[in-house]
Design a protein around this ligand. Structure first.
Ligand code: GDP
Ligand code: MG
Length: 334
């Protein structure tokens, strides 16, 4: 049976954006339609987000996440899908080998995209087996961070907003983690915490995953989650004689996030990385990449790793989340 392709169910919706003078604009009607939907407003929320420099393959990765979610969960626009959690043995969720990749627009051309936060209009519905709790799963993309035209100020604001909103934050990084990236992360999370101090207490964030792209050190640290956690452990390991800066980065990360994880993805191959007419289908990916893409998404989105959004230690519903987003927006407006 041929499944209906997921792009027929939803579309990317800009909820927050920066205009040319770096002012943040919020689209309340869009927020309303997503978070105050009758089926959503009282559910607990899980928000998956990718953040990182432009042209890092973020939207591409999220579009495969959408494929996973559409294959396993019903959604507002696809309510009749029967939940099936038997994905470990098969890769049918990845779609046909030659199926063009749709969803959030990826491979942005030379033209500059808007800088902002974009949500997938369709929302996934899930009931947690263990507790019977009903949750709503949102997918969020960020755009325009660290591109040639963005200013330090808008970078900080978008990073802060993009870190305050999700419950599962994925930081997309190409190559290896550089010390200055960790310092930026520390700066940005502390900036977010300090700005939102009246709204959230110190342990503001939940899950942070470093998603390493084009990992080429498979000899030392193997692709995937296990290699990733060894790499992260090594990176954040206290060292004798280490500089003060790194020490404070490590402290800051562990006091801000409940959980940090890391996943190493191989280079996707020449076609994916450089062919201008490539359509995103998986048969053109290097086989290692395809396999690691599959298992990293499965790992990120298995039921037990679905982190429910908490603010001030309290789980948040759809309609509460909308109010929080509006409050956060007000902070960063000026
Ligand atoms: P975004 O700006 O971070 O959202 O990046 P996109 O998802 O739009 O992807 C930008 C380009 O990177 C596209 O041409 C993709 O084919 C390519 N791409 C996707 N994944 C990877 C990856 O893991 N490594 C490399 N080198 N390129 C990738
Ligand atoms: Mg993108």
């Amino acid at each position: 049976m041929i499944e209906i392709r997921h792009h027929t169910f939803g579309q990317p919706i800009i909820i927050l954006e920066f205009d040319d003078s770096q002012e943040v604009i919020i689209y309340n009607d869009k927020l309303d339609s997503i978070f105050n939907h009758p089926e959503i407003q009282d559910r607990k929320v899980v928000i998956l987000s990718l953040i990182g420099a432009f042209r890092g393959g973020k939207s591409f990765f999220l579009d495969y996440c959408l494929r996973f979610l559409y294959a396993h969960f019903p959604s507002i626009n696809n309510p009749n899908k029967v939940t099936s959690f038997i994905f470990k043995k098969d890769d049918t969720w990845m779609g046909e080998p030659d199926e063009p990749l749709t969803g959030f627009s990826w491979r942005s051309g030379t033209k500059r995209d808007t800088t902002g936060i974009i949500m997938w209009s369709d929302v996934f519905l899930h009931t947690i087996d263990r507790t019977g709790e009903k949750i709503a799963i949102f997918v969020m993309d960020t755009q325009g961070l660290f591109d040639n035209d963005s200013t330090a100020e808008s970078n900080s604001k978008i990073f802060a907003l993009g870190t305050l909103i999700p419950s599962i934050q994925v930081l997309n990084i190409k190559g290896i983690i550089q010390e200055n990236q960790l310092e930026y992360l520390q700066f940005a999370t502390e900036y977010a915490i300090n700005s939102a101090m009246d709204i959230v207490n110190k342990k503001a964030f939940q899950s942070l995953t470093f998603l390493m792209r084009d990992w080429d050190n498979n000899d030392e640290y193997k692709y995937g989650i296990d290699g990733g956690s060894q790499y992260l452990k090594q990176l954040l390991k206290p060292r004798r004689n280490e500089n003060k800066k790194l020490q404070s980065v490590r402290k800051s990360l562990s006091s801000s996030f409940d959980q940090t994880r890391c996943c190493l993805l191989p280079h996707p191959g020449r076609v994916v990385a450089s062919n201008g007419t490539y359509d995103g289908s998986w048969f053109e990916m290097d086989v290692d990449f395809k396999n690691e893409l599959k298992s990293s998404i499965e790992d990120m989105l298995i039921s037990t790793n679905m982190v429910i959004k908490k603010i001030n230690s309290k789980e948040v519903t759809g309609k509460e989340m909308k109010d929080y987003i509006q409050k956060y927006f007000e902070i960063f407006q000026s």
